[in-house]
Structure formats: structure tokens, C-alpha cells
Design a binder for this molecule. Structure first.
Ligand SMILES: [Zn+2]
Length: 228
């Protein structure tokens, strides 16, 4: 028996052509139940929790091993603090959200930045740097605010991306001179004013995105040019 449309050879069990889906129609013919190939079932989705469980286990082992090695080699906890802190940071940022069914940026993005700030605080204490409160904390906080707002707005609005990213570029630009000033106040050294160059560049990009968002004909002609 052959398909009337594409001519492919059909098994007796087939009610329609496997290639072109044309129904097999023969007067007095009914497709038999036994199929020439096993019925195709969708593969079962892999449970990601198993993977997260394994990664969690590896993280714990890594932390314990570095801690024990450090204790045996040195006089106390020295380098293993950074290793364990790094593992914890990696875990909070990349693995922890995986345990939850839905990624909620309103929770996980600020939590990730809090973890980064804590890790920096630990390093500051460990090296007696004295730069955390005056430099790292305000900077991490400001970056956290910008990134969190972008993630949350994109997640919930699902439109107006041009406005969101335009605003984010302008805010990031404003952060640059602030970063330079904080660095100058914390570490000293000559004040060059390099922060104003990225400020101008980022603000220009941001304003351009917002202009594209506002001026509809301009946006449409850009879409045509880039075939979006
Ligand atoms: Zn066919």
C-alpha cells in the first residue's frame, strides 16, 4: 500500500501517511492495532532538582576540603575563607534560585547583590582594607538598585524595553563619576575626572534609546532598516 499523495510505502497499520499526514482511505479497510514501530512518547523531562542536588553536594565537599586543608596547613582559617565565601556566593547567585519553581527577580536579584556585598565585607575585614563602607557597599547598593529595577520591570511589564534600558544606561552613566569620587575619597590619589567620559557616552546611548521609543516613525524606519 502506498500513500496517494506522496507515494511513500505504508504499513498496513497506518491510518495516515507518516510523511505527509494524508489519511489512508480504502473502502472496507481499517487500520490494525499493531504498529511497525514503537509509539513515540515524549521523553520525560529531566528533573533539574537532581542536578542542583549534585551541585550542592559538590559545593559542600569543596568547602569542607578547603577548610580542613587550611586548618592543617596554616595556623588557622586564612585562604579557605575566600574559597568558602566564593562557593557560597556562587551557590546563592546561581544554584539557590534553581530550587524554586519560578525565578522571581524581585527576590533573587537583590539577594544575589546582598551576597556579593557580604563577600566583599568579609574580604575587607580579612585584609583590613577599610574600603567596604566607603566604597564597595555604596557602589554595590547602587548597581543592585539599577540591575534589580531593570530585571523587575522587564519581568512584570514585558514591554517598554527601550524605556527601561534607556533609563538604565543613563543611571549607569551617572554612577561612573560617583564611583570615581568614592574611589578617590577612599583610596586617595589624583582626581582625574575619567568618570565623566563614560557618563557622556552612556547618557547618549540611553537618551537615544528613549528617543527611539518616543518617536514612532523613527522606530519604524529603524525596524525596516534592520529587518526586525
Ligand atoms: Zn504521503
Amino acid at each position: 500500500m502506498y500513500c496517494v499523495k506522496c507515494g511513500v510505502e505504508l504499513a498496513d497499520s497506518e491510518a495516515k501517511c507518516p510523511l505527509c499526514q494524508t489519511p489512508v482511505y480504502l473502502p472496507g479497510y481499517e487500520a490494525s492495532e499493531d504498529r511497525p514501530y514503537p509509539k513515540f512518547d515524549k521523553p520525560e523531562p529531566v528533573n533539574p532538582r537532581g542536578i542542583y542536588f549534585i551541585i550542592s553536594f559538590i559545593c559542600i565537599i569543596g568547602a569542607v576540603i578547603s577548610f580542613v586543608c587550611d586548618l592543617n596547613l596554616g595556623t588557622g582559617v586564612s585562604w579557605s575563607g575566600y574559597v568558602i565565601g566564593g562557593i557560597l556566593l556562587f551557590y546563592v547567585v546561581f544554584i539557590l534560585p534553581g530550587w524554586f519553581k519560578r525565578y522571581n527577580p524581585a527576590i533573587f536579584v537583590p539577594v544575589s547583590f546582598a551576597a556579593i556585598a557580604l563577600y566583599l565585607a568579609y574580604i575587607d575585614v580579612a585584609v583590613r582594607g577599610g574600603w567596604f563602607l566607603s566604597f564597595a557597599l555604596p557602589l554595590t547598593g547602587a548597581v543592585a538598585l539599577v540591575v534589580s529595577s531593570v530585571c523587575i520591570l522587564c519581568h512584570y511589564l514585558k514591554k517598554g524595553y527601550l524605556y527601561i534600558f534607556g533609563g538604565a544606561f543613563v543611571l549607569s552613566g551617572l554612577l561612573c563619576p560617583v564611583m570615581e569620587l568614592l574611589g578617590y575619597l577612599t583610596f586617595g590619589g589624583p582626581y582625574i575626572g575619567w568618570g565623566f567620559y563614560p557618563l557622556i557616552a552612556l547618557c547618549l546611548i540611553g537618551i537615544m534609546l528613549i528617543v527611539i521609543a518616543i518617536v514612532k516613525p523613527f522606530r519604524e524606519s529603524l525596524c525596516r532598516i534592520f529587518a526586525i
